[in-house]
Design a protein around this ligand. Structure first.
Ligand SMILES: NC(=O)c1ccc[n+]([C@@H]2O[C@H](COP(=O)([O-])OP(=O)(O)OC[C@H]3O[C@@H](n4cnc5c(N)ncnc54)[C@H](OP(=O)(O)O)[C@@H]3O)[C@@H](O)[C@H]2O)c1
Length: 308
């Protein structure tokens, strides 16, 4: 991807925290210039950028943007291209879960059939505005810049360089959880845009793919899960809950993911020149069907229930 005149450039939305921060750091460690994008975490973003400049000697450019606002995704991509003059990899990563906090700060969770209309209005808008529309617009503008660059290379008699657009969606696209349906809807809908965009990018040597993480230990999963330890009264976080389940055999790899696991996948997926239009889970095997390997567990539970 690199040309002789400048370092390749990677833009990652939502890189002031969690997965996005690990992704920009991975690219910077390989000698790429990067954009760190934040919404509320300006200080975090500046600190991440400073560390990368010191550790790897690259240009880490910080841009604030609320990608749930209509024109902000376009501005984020345009400012990146204006600053660096190129865009080799764009990764749409910003995202939020659908819960809303009540006046007392507690997370409010409703099941699908019990959600009051006014609550659903707010939580649907929150996830769709960012996870779907923000990512959609980000991808549109990034692809446009990449197509323009490829067209210029072709006009100059060169084969266009490989460029790549990656969307971080989620295994929640197909793995339902009754209080997280709006989030899953936003990610599943985005998957469709990836499939379509792959057809537009292909003729210009641009690959477009979806990376679907399982449960990863980040601030997003540090929220309370609603699961209370009966003996101690301690409430587990979402990350704790799934880590315990993984240790108990819910997935083949007995741990939840680290942000660096997803960063490695993001690097790999954006460097495979012959893979496009794919929606790939990186989830420790969470979405594999577990009934056969865990049959003893289910069998014992079934027998217990039948004897009651
Ligand atoms: N963690 C998991 O288990 C998991 C699993 C599957 C998929 N994912 C997906 O992975 C992505 C990253 O999640 P994470 O776990 O790393 O979460 P995180 O640590 O909470 O990071 C979320 C990032 O999104 C940014 N963001 C939030 N609202 C934004 C807005 N309005 N405009 C622009 N950026 C905004 C945040 O910026 P500020 O902090 O600066 O506001 C932050 O950089 C999300 O799309 C999430 O759905 C996560």
């Amino acid at each position: 991807m690199a040309d002789a005149t400048s370092r390749p450039v990677c833009l990652v939305s939502g890189s002031s925290s969690g997965i996005g921060a690990a992704v920009v750091r991975h690219f910077a460690a390989q000698g790429w210039d990067v954009v760190v994008n934040y919404n509320s975490g300006r200080d975090r973003a500046e600190a991440i950028a400073t560390r990368m400049r010191q550790d790897f000697g690259v240009d880490a450019f910080v841009i604030g943007a609320d990608l749930s606002a209509r024109d902000e995704p376009f501005r984020l991509v345009d400012e990146t291209v204006a600053h660096f003059g190129r865009l080799d990899v764009a990764i749409s990563n910003s995202g939020v879960a659908n819960y809303i906090r009540g006046e007392d700060g507690e997370l409010i969770r409703y099941r699908f059939h019990e959600t009051p209309p006014e609550h659903l209005d707010r939580e649907m808008a929150r996830v769709l505005d960012l996870n779907l529309m923000g990512a959609y617009r980000f991808g549109q503008r990034a692809l446009k810049h990449m197509i323009d660059a490829a067209t210029k290379e072709t006009a100059a008699g060169h084969t266009p360089a490989h460029r790549s657009l990656l969307f971080v969606t989620s295994i929640s696209d197909i793995a339902p959880e009754t209080t997280r349906i709006p989030y899953g809807v936003s990610k599943a809908a985005l998957n469709h845009a990836i499939l379509g965009a792959a057809f537009e990018g292909g003729p210009y040597n641009i690959t477009v793919n979806g990376l679907r993480p399982g449960v990863v230990d980040t601030p997003l999963t540090a929220r309370p899960s609603g699961l209370i330890d009966a003996e101690t009264g301690h409430e587990y976080t979402v990350a704790d809950t799934y880590a315990l389940m993984a240790e108990g055999g819910s997935q083949p790899l007995a741990r939840i993911g680290a942000p660096e696991d997803i960063a490695l996948a993001a690097w790999a997926f954006t460097h495979i020149p012959y893979m496009t239009g794919q929606l790939v889970a990186v989830d420790g095997g969470f979405t594999l069907a577990g009934a056969f390997p865990n049959r003893d567990l289910f069998l014992q539970e079934g027998l217990k229930r039948r004897r009651r």
